[in-house]
Design a protein around this ligand. Structure first.
Ligand SMILES: [Zn+2]
Length: 83
């Protein structure tokens, strides 16, 4: 599963200025992703592109029906079959 997507300017806004750590940030008209720091007068952009795939993927879990069927089969109690 890929978690990369087109950056969305309405998400993941910065809490602190990366230059002075100021918290007085406002959206700037430079780009949709630009933020202006009112403490150091810098304008910067922040974009979130998503996540890379992890190296190890967990095994797909069984559906409830398949898990029940596997459990009953382990205990020798399959419905409608045997005895
Ligand atoms: Zn700043």
């Amino acid at each position: 599963m890929r978690f990369r997507r087109k950056p969305n300017p309405n998400r993941n806004h910065p809490q602190y200025c990366p230059y002075c750590a100021g918290e007085n940030l406002f959206p700037d008209e430079e780009t949709e992703f630009a933020w202006a720091c009112k403490e150091c007068a810098r304008v910067f952009s922040v974009m979130f592109h998503g996540q890379d795939d992890s190296e190890h993927q967990p095994a797909q879990s069984l559906s409830t029906n398949d898990a029940l069927r596997a459990s009953l089969a382990r205990k020798g109690e399959l419905p409608g079959g045997g005895k």
